[in-house]
Design a protein around this ligand. Structure first.
Ligand SMILES: C[S@@+](CC[C@H](N)C(=O)[O-])C[C@H]1O[C@@H](n2cnc3c(N)ncnc32)[C@H](O)[C@@H]1O
Length: 272
């Protein structure tokens, strides 16, 4: 063997061992999983408990939806955070939940796994707007996971009997709705909840501001002044008897939005 060759061989860097989660996968798949998990990496540093939920829910999504999981990075905080807020409040509440605007998400499946009789209420706005977007906007029938699925909106006051829900969940939905529809939706959620029932919401805000994101599938919903901001939304909740328990900023943002998580409790004896 020539001296040059021997030198090259001995100075070659030892091959880096890939993390177990991606070992044996194709380069393409590794890239996809890397992007998917960038939010999990941020979370692992800041909120390790939720990061575990992130990994678990990513796997649940991929297992349930033929390998698909959303690449909207904020979701990987929203999903485990929402579920953790529900889990912490299970005791003493009716085991019924609705996910308003679930699209395609592991949340309703996990709510059912927590032992909650779960219903999804989603009108399929992509179809209504004649858009082919797929992803987390894809209307999904959750029947096979034991979750009833209604093609309707949060503004439908007949969706549930008053006081019949222990939990009302909505992940990144109400900010996409016109203010009038949003207010009707909040009134309904308050009405559907039992006294002390819990409403968990996440909302997109225009990045660096408290303005509610005012677009749906690329179309402007209404002027920003009409659409409102986070303080206005919390006030609307208070007006219908949903008292703010927690307001938390998602530690990851995407290019255009910050995300806020809200936990609200139906004040006993309130009827809207
Ligand atoms: C941004 S996607 C969020 C999907 C899912 N919650 C997630 O975590 O990714 C918005 C969803 O809200 C639904 N939606 C739109 N208008 C709605 C309404 N009035 N009531 C309930 N859901 C609605 C859409 O069909 C879509 O599935």
């Amino acid at each position: 063997m020539s001296p040059t060759r021997a030198k090259t061989k001995s100075s070659a860097k030892p091959k880096k061992q890939l993390p177990a989660a991606i070992r044996g996968r194709s380069r393409r798949e590794r890239g996809r999983l890397g992007a998917l998990n960038s939010a999990a990496v941020v979370l692992a540093a800041r909120q390790p408990r939720l990061a575990v939920g992130t990994w678990r829910l990513q796997r649940l999504a991929q297992h349930s939806f033929n390998g698909w999981a959303t690449r909207q990075r904020t979701r990987w905080w929203e999903y485990p955070w929402v579920l953790e807020e529900v889990r912490r409040r299970l005791d003493g509440r009716t085991r019924t939940a609705a996910d308003f605007g679930a699209g395609r998400s592991p949340v309703p499946i996990e709510l059912a796994r927590l032992g909650l009789t779960t219903t999804v209420v989603d009108p399929d706005s992509a179809k209504q707007m004649n858009k082919r977007v797929g992803g987390e906007w894809a209307w999904t029938d959750y029947d096979r996971w034991g979750v009833a699925t209604m093609r309707s909106g949060v503004e439908d006051a007949s969706a549930f009997a008053p006081g019949s829900l222990g939990f009302a969940i909505s992940v990144s939905v109400i900010e996409h709705l016109p203010a009038e529809v949003r207010r009707q939706g909040l009134r309904n959620m308050a009405d559907f909840l039992e006294p002390d029932g819990v409403c968990v919401l996440t909302v997109d805000l225009v990045r660096g501001s408290s303005q509610l994101w005012n677009r749906i599938l690329g179309a402007e919903v209404e002027g920003a002044d009409v659409h409102g901001d986070l303080d206005g939304l919390v006030q609307e909740c208070t007006d219908v008897g949903l008292e703010l328990e927690e307001s938390v900023r998602c530690p990851v943002s995407d290019r255009r939005v910050d995300v806020q998580g809200l936990v609200l409790r139906k004040v006993s004896g309130t009827s809207t």
